[in-house]
Design a protein around this ligand. Structure first.
Ligand code: GDP
Length: 443
């Protein structure tokens, strides 16, 4: 799911690559891509407009972070904004002080409301909250049977009064029964129509008025995209919702619905449905969803770590050294230690989009090579570290370093020549030439 959106955003980032900071000129294109991507993901136009303008404001006001490319920084800003729009953190289901907690399920027919009711009951039972389901959809006899069957399957009692009773009365008596039996949470499944209609809304309003639920959850089918916005607005205005369940997130939904719900109602998505099975319900986490929407590996963690680890002045000094070819083994060691502080090389590379495909073996080789380099550098004198040319000109120095580190003279020779090659490559890159990426074999 969300593939289209991830692709679009990635092409937006690509356009920012190679620019040294975010500016009004270079961000326009990227913002356009974000806008287009979200619209294509079927997000609501108004929601998208607000989103993009907020991202623009934040991106232009963002401080440059040393060691972080502007496109990476831009991703982080879009991500954070997605998280904010979707509600920051997971909001758990309400739990009333005195039992039963009453949950009213609302939504159109076919969205997965009945299934979601059973899923929720199962989820709560796992949290040791006993449940009862109440069947009020008297218009479709099959709906009552469906709830009964689901209840039987997961061993949760279902309260029903057949299809001749008044839905409001069924709800009222269902809650009474739950209270009498000391049930922790009662979940009321209600009728849905294919489209919103006034009778349905009026009935729902009466049920709500009668049972005074702790939660009124709107069940939204993720596949409905833009429609989710109108649906949310109507239910929220007429009934008042306290949250939503976004179903069918396992399908190839384009994800736009996830953005609309909270933006429009101010109420959070609490769960997502990820399959037809009763177990297929997950708490909704805005940050996970944002990362999923972006589909960008974990660049965000990378940026956050860089923010924590890289000292600005230090990074500038390092850059200066690279440009003037003064980058030496001392700096190399320092960079290596910084990498280590940021976690293993493997972990770090996995966070970079496109790098996730490096095999475990290649990573191990890379890490082993860095370790070798470190022990050889540790056997060099300070003078040699600062001036690697001393080593390339002197076999006796190389032999000494080899003895000290337990490697061969030719290993040391290779480290030095690799390093010199890397340094000249960095220098060329610093001057705007890109002679191709150095391989993993660098020193
Ligand atoms: P209701 O009319 O709103 O009560 O909808 P139902 O609960 O009867 O669900 C309608 C259809 O959607 C059924 O075939 C369900 O199996 C299916 N369904 C419900 N939730 C999900 C979900 O999260 N993922 C998938 N793939 N199918 C779902």
């Amino acid at each position: 799911m969300f593939d289209a959106l991830a692709d679009r955003l990635e092409s937006a980032w690509k356009k920012l690559r190679g620019q040294d900071k975010i500016s009004e000129a270079n961000i326009k294109e990227a913002l356009r891509e974000v806008r287009r991507a979200l619209l294509e993901a079927d997000a609501n136009l108004q929601v998208v407009k607000e989103f993009v303008s907020e991202v623009e404001k934040k991106a232009l006001g963002a401080e440059v972070i040393a060691g972080v490319r502007p496109d990476q920084q831009f991703i982080k800003i879009v991500h954070d904004e997605l998280v904010e729009v979707m509600g920051e953190a997971n909001v758990p289901l309400a739990h009333a002080d005195t039992a039963p907690t009453i949950v009213l399920m609302a939504g159109l027919q076919g969205t997965g409301k009945t299934t979601a009711s059973a899923k929720l009951a199962l989820h709560l039972r796992k949290l040791e909250r006993s449940c009862m389901l109440v069947a009020t959809d008297v218009y479709r006899p099959a709906a009552i049977d469906q709830l009964l069957a689901l209840g039987q399957q997961i061993n949760i009692p279902v309260f029903e009064m057949g299809s001749d009773a008044d839905p409001v009365e069924i709800a009222r008596q269902g809650v009474e029964r739950a209270r009498a039996e000391g049930v922790d949470t009662v979940i009321i499944d209600t009728a849905g129509r294919l489209q919103i209609d006034q009778d349905m809304m009026a009935e729902l309003a009466r049920i709500k008025e009668t049972v005074q639920p702790n939660e009124t959850l709107l069940v939204v089918d993720a596949m409905t995209g833009q429609e989710a916005a109108t649906l949310t607005r109507t239910f929220h205005d007429q009934i008042g919702i306290t949250g939503a369940i976004l179903t069918k997130m396992d399908g190839d939904s384009r994800g736009g619905a996830a953005l609309s719900v909270r933006q429009i109602s101010g109420q959070p998505i609490k769960f997502i449905g990820v399959g037809e099975k009763v177990e297929a319900l997950q708490p909704f986490y805005p940050d996970r969803m944002a990362s999923r929407i972006l589909g960008m590996g974990d660049v965000l963690t990378l940026v956050e770590k860089a923010q924590e680890e890289v000292d600005l002045a230090d990074a500038e000094k390092m850059q200066e050294k690279i440009l003037t070819a003064k980058f030496d083994f001392t700096d190399f060691l320092k960079q290596m230690r910084l990498l280590k502080n940021m976690g293993s090389l493997g972990g770090l590379l996995k966070m970079i989009p496109g790098m996730g495909k490096i095999s475990g073996e290649q990573l191990e080789q890379g890490e082993a090579q860095l370790k070798r380099a470190e022990s050889m550098i540790n056997s060099m004198t300070m003078e040699e570290r600062r001036d690697p040319d001393l080593l390339s000109g002197s076999p006796s120095r190389r032999r000494r370093v080899a003895r000290g580190s337990g490697y061969t003279e030719s290993d040391v020779g290779k480290l030095v020549s690799d390093f010199q090659r890397m340094r000249s490559m960095m220098q060329q890159m610093g001057q705007g030439n890109f002679p191709g990426m150095p391989g993993m074999g660098m020193p």
